[in-house]
Design a protein around this ligand. Structure first.
Ligand code: AHG
Ligand code: MN
Ligand code: MN
Length: 346
């Protein structure tokens, strides 16, 4: 077995990958990802001591999504913005916690990249010591525009255009999982706290073609439509030939549910529901949650769908738009599409 303490660091990995894939690269992208790693280390440190520091609980504010903003949500958001704004590689940022695009202050240079992020995913799990995370997707600007009021079109690109995406998970250990797409693979790094470095621990992650786990908030059952009922019932029905029933696993932090299913196989679902008009298009956010994880899962051999087609092909119209999400092992997600589109009923 490889000795973890001599594995390569995330910085070396990014540098080597850039040299291989893009010899013309200016280093801008490497600088960008590196700074994000630093931000995540700061967030990880704060999450680890959350029970001791006065950082648990709500800020008393409600965000653009209509949700309570936790102190750690706000902290993580600030850390990412403050660290990323000065590096000179970004033209703007978009965060789950901010209604509008975030401009780069005039005193700093601007660059070609755009980062969209969910600073802290799994807010409801912060106060109870359950895994939470940070999700990010990176794009390149298409136009020559630099003024913030005119950049929304550059930001609203389909997920397939991402140049990199990934997540950090603050769990029993802190991990970073990322990909730059195009067959470069999905790679996982574990934070070695005593040396403060992310070391390569999961090289070239491939997700199983079919899993044995379904993950969904089943408390929403009464608010689903008939097609969603049939789909979830399918996973719970006994049929040894197709290895059913599946096991149910639901943490309630998308990153944690996604990460487990990525490694073990299975499907995560957040269907549209009728409980809340805002959720008639699902709860999860296309730009900061669905797209980055869809990019990761595709690169690992899996699939992500809104029930009708690939998440990565959706032409976004709004920064904060929501989307139903079916993501994970390819066979399981394709099957979900058949149920949701009505092509299959049992
Ligand atoms: P966030 O904490 O960034 O607002 O995201 C919460 C999301 C996601 O992490 C999770 O999958 C989902 O909300 C859980 O929602 P329910 O509590 O409705 O199951
Ligand atoms: Mn989230
Ligand atoms: Mn969040």
């Amino acid at each position: 077995m490889a000795r973890r303490d001599i594995s390569i660091t995330i910085t070396q990995h990014i540098l080597e990958q850039q040299k291989r894939e893009n010899p013309e690269a200016t280093g801008a992208f490497t600088i960008l990802l590196n700074e994000l790693v630093v931000a995540a280390k700061v967030i990880s440190r704060e999450v680890n001591k959350a029970g001791l520091a006065d950082i648990l609980g709500s800020t008393g504010k409600v965000n653009i999504q209509g949700e309570q903003v936790q102190k750690l949500d706000q902290f993580a958001n600030q850390v990412i913005i403050e660290r990323m704004q000065h590096i000179g590689q970004l033209c703007c940022m978009g965060s789950e916690e901010d209604a509008d695009l975030i401009d780069i202050p005039q005193r700093y240079p601007k660059g070609e990249y755009i980062i969209l992020f969910d600073p802290l995913d799994g807010s409801s799990n912060i106060d109870v010591n359950v895994s939470i995370g940070t999700i990010f997707g990176i794009y390149k600007k298409k136009s020559k525009e630099t003024r913030i009021d005119y950049l929304l079109n550059d930001v609203l690109q389909p997920g397939r255009q991402q140049v990199a995406a990934g997540y950090f998970i603050y769990g029993s250990s802190t991990m970073m999982v990322y990909t730059t797409g195009n067959g470069t693979g999905v790679h996982g790094f574990t934070l070695f706290p005593s040396v403060g470095e992310f070391l390569l621990s999961h090289e070239n992650i491939r997700t199983p073609e079919k899993g044995k786990i379904y993950s969904v908030n089943e408390g929403n059952y009464p608010f689903w439509d008939d097609k969603t009922w049939k789909l979830v019932d399918y996973f719970k029905t006994k049929d040894p030939e197709t290895k059913r029933p599946y096991s149910s696993r639901y943490v309630g932090s998308l990153v944690a549910d996604f990460h487990r299913n990525l490694l073990k196989g299975g499907i995560f679902m957040y269907p549209a529901d009728l409980k809340d008009p805002k959720k008639s298009t699902g709860k999860l956010r296309l730009m900061v949650e669905a797209n980055p994880l869809a990019f990761v899962v595709q690169e690992a051999g899996g699939y992500a769908s809104d029930g009708y087609g690939p998440i990565l092909d959706i032409e976004p119209t709004q920064l904060h738009q929501r989307v139903p999400l079916y993501i994970g092992s390819k066979e399981d997600v394709k099957l979900a599409e058949q149920f949701i589109s009505g092509k299959r009923t049992s």
